[in-house]
Design a protein around this ligand. Structure first.
Ligand code: NDP
Length: 485
């Protein structure tokens, strides 16, 4: 790991490719501003935009306003100072000369500060169609010879095992693994880090985190929102590729991982890879697909069915809901289903993991029945970590009631999501980023079933906009031993 250089002899250039896009405006620039405001960025950091759209700094700054938060008004001098470090470059992604211009702009800034070393970060906030040409041109024209170069990649990481092989080969021919940052913002969540510590440092979890005690694990990513921006991309990729093959599989790996040999990054990533290798290929019988519809409410302008959106083909079979049951062939996890559930246009917005323990034999006559312990890791709408437990209801009678053992750390002002990930990229810490071979394993697990779904034109079950999703999904989870309370 290369820590942020404290000697003030290093200049940092942070380049955002595709800066005119939604991700750059809504996530990357707000995070950079918040880090700058909190004095967490290295001192000599300059930010560069690169995209085809000719952006004037003034207009770009205005475009960012809705996402930057109220703090910008509290300290206008600091906010202006942040923008004085941003430089806009435009260019075509396939034109090497335009990359040379970008490099000239970086060098000008690096020289201005009279720094001996230059570290560069290249953030590809771009759709995958231009990925090849951009990585190639960066490698040819933009690399620093006096410091490190980190390239940051966003999902989707290809479409299947075959296209990923091409992606990975191209990437690894151009960059070393230590330069590649495949981003997954779920991994920046404190609740996930905390779960890792809970598991390995507390005997009550260390000893029960296995198939002897755990009945089933459910990971849910539910959103009330329908498909909005990036509809064309979504219709081509579908919800399994969009969410399961990256975010949700990272959660599976973090939940099922064995204790790494050390806290070294590669030991951690080796263990994640090991567990992914033990996940069996998904079988079609373990998949349920859904698509939201408006259930005959033609006149409702808000709750529009998926195929009624003007930009979606009327005969689209793209799933907007999926449940997939994974099986891990290891001594620890054999017979514990990992149930992955994801959906759009549902009744609530919530991302959580429920580790459901087996029931006890406890049977007090006259008492209300007990529910099994459940460890709940909630990532949104706010981070929560609690254990559902049973206790005696106060009073003369032996009655049970459910309670929650609350485990979350609320008292820390920690950098969140993109801020934490950007800091790691500056610090050269790859712990919370995927290694390229992990994604290879994930595509091995999902590609056959995705191909079968497309080949057979599997029809998704229609569910009502704003509902809990297809009822068949509840039945499927129950068949695998998950209990809903
Ligand atoms: P956009 O579709 O908004 O694209 C970003 C920029 O890329 C555009 O402003 C445009 O810039 C350029 N671009 C778009 N289409 C093409 C094309 N066909 N050929 C060349 N350039 C193109 O994407 P987002 O900003 O939403 O996302 C960027 C990347 O991050 C994508 O890969 C996306 O999948 C991923 N991502 C996005 C998330 C989000 O919340 N938005 C979440 C997670 C991942 P210009 O024309 O000015 O060059």
């Amino acid at each position: 790991m290369l820590p942020i250089d404290p000697s003030n002899e290093v200049a940092y250039s942070f380049v955002v490719f595709g800066a005119s896009g939604r991700l750059a405006l809504s996530r990357i620039f707000p995070a950079l501003w918040q880090l700058y405001r909190d004095n967490r960025l290295p001192q000599a950091t300059k930010i560069f935009t690169f995209c085809r759209t000719k952006l004037e700094l003034k207009t770009f700054r205005i475009k960012c306003v809705p996402y930057m938060g109220l703090e910008r008004d509290r300290d206008p001098i600091l906010y202006n100072s942040f923008w004085s470090n941003v430089h806009c470059c435009d260019g075509q992604y396939d034109n090497p000369e335009h990359y040379a211009n970008l490099t000239a702009a970086m060098v000008r800034q690096e020289k201005r500060h009279d720094m001996r070393f230059a570290n560069r970060i290249f953030y590809l906030a771009l759709p995958p169609v231009v990925f090849d040409q951009v990585t190639l041109n960066i490698a040819r024209k933009c690399l620093s010879a006096t410091g490190w170069n980190h390239v940051v990649l966003e999902k989707p990481f290809a479409r299947n095992d075959i296209t990923y092989k091409v992606y990975q080969t191209q990437l690894c021919q151009t960059f070393k693994e230590s330069q590649i940052y495949m981003i997954d913002h779920y991994l920046s969540r404190q609740v996930i880090h905390n779960m890792f510590v809970l598991r390995f440092t507390n005997l009550i979890w260390a000893d029960t985190w296995n198939n002897k005690h755990i009945a089933a694990i459910m990971i849910s990513v539910k959103t009330e929102l329908p498909v909005q921006a990036r509809a064309e991309y979504f219709n081509q990729f579908g919800i399994i590729r969009d969410v399961m093959t990256n975010h949700m599989m990272q959660l599976v790996a973090m939940l099922a991982i064995e204790q790494p040999y050390s806290s070294n990054v590669e030991d951690m990533r080796d263990e994640k890879l090991k567990v992914l290798k033990q996940v069996l290929n998904v079988d079609m019988s373990d998949v349920l697909l859904g698509q939201y519809c408006n259930n005959g409410r033609e006149s409702d302008p808000v709750k529009v069915g998926y195929t009624q959106h003007s930009y979606i083909p009327k005969d689209s079979l793209t799933p907007t809901f999926a449940m997939v049951v994974l099986h891990i062939n290891s001594k620890r996890w054999r017979s514990v289903p990992f149930i992955l559930r994801v959906g759009k246009a549902l009744n609530e917005t919530k991302t959580e993991v429920r580790v459901q323990y087996k029931s006890t034999d406890c049977n007090h006559s006259g008492s209300s029945s007990s529910i099994p312990n459940e460890l709940v890791l909630r990532l949104s709408p706010r981070e929560q970590l609690f254990m559902r437990m049973m206790q005696k209801r106060p009073g003369p009678h032996m009655c049970l009631r459910e309670t929650e053992l609350d485990l979350i750390l609320r008292d820390r002002a920690l950098p969140i999501n993109y801020q934490a990930l950007l800091l790691d990229i500056f610090a050269g810490n790859q712990m919370m980023f995927m290694r390229t071979d992990e994604q290879c394993e994930i595509w091995r697990i999902f590609s056959p079933v995705l191909a079968a779904i497309e080949y057979e034109r599997t029809k998704p079950i229609l569910y009502d906009f704003g509902s809990c999703g297809p009822m068949a999904a509840y039945e499927m989870a129950a068949r695998h031993g998950f209990k809903f309370y």
